[in-house]
Design a protein around this ligand. Structure first.
Ligand SMILES: Nc1ncnc2c1ncn2[C@@H]1O[C@H](COP(=O)(O)OP(=O)(O)O)[C@@H](O)[C@H]1O
Ligand SMILES: [Mg+2]
Length: 285
């Protein structure tokens, strides 16, 4: 059982994390003393905490070098959750190729490194950076907008990004996506979320607006999400928390859109109250 825990956020995210009041209340019930701190607050002595938990450091994609250095410095003096190897794996969506290779169904994706021309599947497409979050720098383009999509790819390449090109899955605006939450490697709960991805524009806030509701996971969903978490656990160790976002592909099956191990929102507000206590228990032991 740990004594003192740092709940890591950033100034811009203050008051915007739905998990925070529920998580903090559950940690309080578990008898853990918590400080909510900004990751870039130079006045903080991280070694004073038994555990440092990444929660709403949502500005990291645009400050990646600084954030990576910070991760290493914190890891050197205390216990970082999730550990840096898991965080690094999850920062770059090229992990989708690894999942596909292991037979885990993923959203059809072509990876386009800087220097290579983008080539688009017929119909609508989505362009997003390999390193990104909150839909920032992701956008969808219609079948007649591939020229605009090419400009977007060029912009991301100029910023040094590998680009992911995916067919636009119609099921996403229709049905949304299903965040599947795992605590200590065990499935905990699911939700359904709808994200308003800009058409041919990009998000300039920390994240695109979301509409979320409760959802009871089906066996088919749990199977796909578990396969993704098992692969990560086998290769890099079990994540304390993990969120696998599933979507429905054009054949009607479920596939992985992303695996979030950095600072995933955990949709505690849409789960049974016991989920927050499971989360606190995973952080406290
Ligand atoms: N292939 C796709 N088809 C339709 N919409 C997509 C597709 N990929 C992503 N989106 C939309 O864009 C949002 C952001 O993409 P995502 O892969 O989740 O990246 P991140 O959340 O890390 O920015 C998703 O929540 C979804 O609404
Ligand atoms: Mg997402």
């Amino acid at each position: 059982m740990i004594g003192r825990l740092a709940w890591v956020t950033t100034q811009e995210a203050r008051g915007r994390d739905e998990d925070e009041p529920l998580g903090l209340a559950a940690l309080d019930r578990a008898g853990v003393s918590v400080d909510v701190v900004d990751w870039d607050d130079h006045a903080v002595d991280w070694s004073l905490f038994d555990r440092v938990v990444l929660r709403s450091a949502w500005d990291y994609p645009r400050r990646l070098d600084e954030f990576s250095t910070w991760l290493e410095s914190v890891d050197a003096v205390t216990d970082l959750v999730n550990p840096p190897a898991l965080v690094r794996w999850s920062l770059d969506k090229q992990y989708l190729a690894e999942l596909a290779e292991a037979g885990v169904p993923i959203t059809p994706t072509v990876f386009v490194p800087p220097g290579s021309p983008a080539c688009f599947p017929p119909g609508g497409v989505v362009v997003k950076p390999a390193v990104g979050a909150g839909s920032v720098d992701a956008a969808s383009y219609g079948a007649d907008q591939h020229e605009e999509a090419t400009s977007h790819v060029t912009r991301l390449h100029a910023a040094g990004q590998v680009v992911l090109v995916q067919p636009f899955l119609r099921s996403i605006p229709e049905e949304g996506e299903w965040p599947m939450v795992f605590l200590d490697g065990r499935f905990s709960h699911a939700a359904n979320k709808r994200v308003a991805l800009p058409q041919a524009g990009t998000v300039d806030d920390l994240f695109a607006p979301e509409r979320n509701v409760a959802h009871v996971a089906t066996a088919a969903q749990t199977e796909v999400a578990r396969a993704a978490v098992d692969l990560v656990s086998d290769r890099l160790g079990t994540p304390t928390y993990a969120r696998v976002d599933l979507v429905r592909d054009d054949s009607g099956g479920f596939c992985v859109l992303e695996v979030e191990l950095v600072e995933p929102s955990l949709f505690l507000a849409y789960a049974e109250p016991a989920a927050a206590d499971r989360f606190a228990a995973a952080l406290a032991h």
